[in-house]
Design a protein around this ligand. Structure first.
Ligand SMILES: Cc1cc2nc3c(=O)[nH]c(=O)nc-3n(C[C@H](O)[C@H](O)[C@H](O)COP(=O)(O)OP(=O)(O)OC[C@H]3O[C@@H](n4cnc5c(N)ncnc54)[C@H](O)[C@@H]3O)c2cc1C
Length: 366
């Protein structure tokens, strides 16, 4: 998103991507359907992120709210649709289409995407800019945006490199905890409860015998225990409030299930990382570091996470937008004249004369 917006603004931009393919986590989103955002308003979404995320995200989400995000996708050729529960997906319900949307737009704006390229280190240089060290070269730029993700699903490339580089530059990193994760249940409970997906469950988090918070949605009985949005949203609340001795009470079709989970699933399996670059070290109005001028952050590398339902991509998109807007206004980067190239043409169907029509149209008469 940051790359496309930078291309739109005519900023000379290079994206370094450590993996052989960019956007691998995006492709997994929403069971490969990609829950892009929500039909809620910015303020309704903000209320659901909770402290300390809501106040930090307020400027970014107000500047690029869910409706504006959907309009932007629509204007640029990706239709979206709202599901009955308010979750927003691409019309095709294919994450691959969102992935193509972004890579196609990078190509159309001429934004370079350098694959297999690890950013290893970032430091302020003598010329007043920043230098990014990769394995093969050092790159200098007046502005650098770190958008390296959290630490969950490390196979997708998000391994905490951005946080390490931020730490080396004097930023605090809040400890990592699993957000949007399931819970292991005792073997006897698993044996007694077959795997199934139960809709409309209200789940209470019980601490010291009292209800602490309530979540709602699907409860999935998995091979290891319990998951599904009602449960994974609870994991996020538990992580944010550092709750230790908790249990659950689930209202399942009018029956009260008392659930005593053994433990939360590991961080690498969580859908989002709670923790990351401390919000106090980043200006929420600009996404610029308070420690290193010219350095920006967006997405899950920050100590930002939201519930299930498009909150995490919306947060990533809105923070990317705010960072790029600030870079556009503040940094004196060399400009390119913006000439969006036409989208690549589809291959002609078999049997049709290739380009015959276009040749005829373009042929000048003597
Ligand atoms: C299974 C799953 C399903 C999900 N479904 C949804 C959903 O439907 N809706 C939703 O809102 N959220 C969903 N999320 C969460 C969402 O995917 C993330 O919050 C979001 O992708 C974060 O975006 P990001 O750009 O900050 O980081 P990422 O998407 O993790 O991207 C970071 C990129 O940085 C690259 N990188 C890392 N280190 C370096 C380095 N040193 N040098 C160069 N490149 C580097 C990585 O390879 C990666 O490509 C889901 C997450 C998972 C795991």
């Amino acid at each position: 998103m940051a790359g496309v917006l930078a291309g739109e603004a005519g900023l000379r931009t290079l994206i370094l991507e450590s993996r052989p393919k960019a956007g691998r986590k995006l492709l997994m989103c929403g069971n490969n359907r990609c829950n892009l955002t929500s039909a809620l308003t910015a303020s309704e979404m903000l209320a659901d992120y909770g402290d300390p995320v809501s106040p930090f995200l307020e400027p970014a989400l107000s500047a690029f709210p869910p409706k504006a995000l959907r309009d932007w996708f629509q204007k640029n050729g990706l239709q979206t649709k709202v599901q009955h529960d308010g979750r927003v997906y691409p019309q095709s319900e294919k994450a691959a289409d969102v992935h193509h949307f972004f890579t196609d737009h990078l190509a159309q704006y001429g934004v370079s995407l350098m694959l297999n390229s690890f950013a290893r280190d970032i430091y302020s240089n003598k010329q007043g800019g920043l230098t990014v060290k990769t394995d093969n070269m050092n790159l200098t730029a007046p502005c650098v945006l770190i958008a390296t993700g959290g630490v969950s699903y490390p196979k997708t490339g998000s391994v905490g490199d951005g946080q390490k580089m931020a730490l080396a530059l004097g930023h605090k990193i809040t400890p990592y905890r699993p957000g949007l994760a399931g819970f292991d249940m005792p073997p006897a409970w698993i044996n007694a409860n077959p795997m199934q997906s139960i809709p409309d469950v209200t789940l209470k988090i019980i601490v010291n015998g009292n209800p602490f918070a309530t979540t709602h949605g699907f409860l999935e009985i998995e091979r290891y225990g319990i998951g599904g949005p009602a449960v994974t949203n609870a994991s996020r609340i538990i992580a944010r409030h550092n709750l230790k001795n908790y249990s659950f009470e689930a209202d399942v079709n009018g029956q009260c299930w008392k659930l005593n989970p053994v433990k939360v699933r590991p961080l690498k399996e969580a859908m989002v990382t709670v923790g990351g670059v401390a919000l106090g070290d980043v200006n929420p109005q600009t996404m610029e570091s308070k420690k290193v001028p010219g350095l920006y952050f967006a997405g899950e590398v920050l100590d930002v996470d939201g519930p299930s339902g498009g909150y995490n991509l919306q947060a990533a998109f809105s923070t990317a937008r705010l960072a790029v807007e600030t870079i556009d206004k503040k940094c004196q980067t060399p400009r390119k004249s913006v000439q969006k190239k036409p989208a690549a043409k589809k291959r002609p169907q078999k049997g049709r004369p290739f380009h015959a029509k276009r040749h005829n149209q373009n042929r000048k008469r003597p």
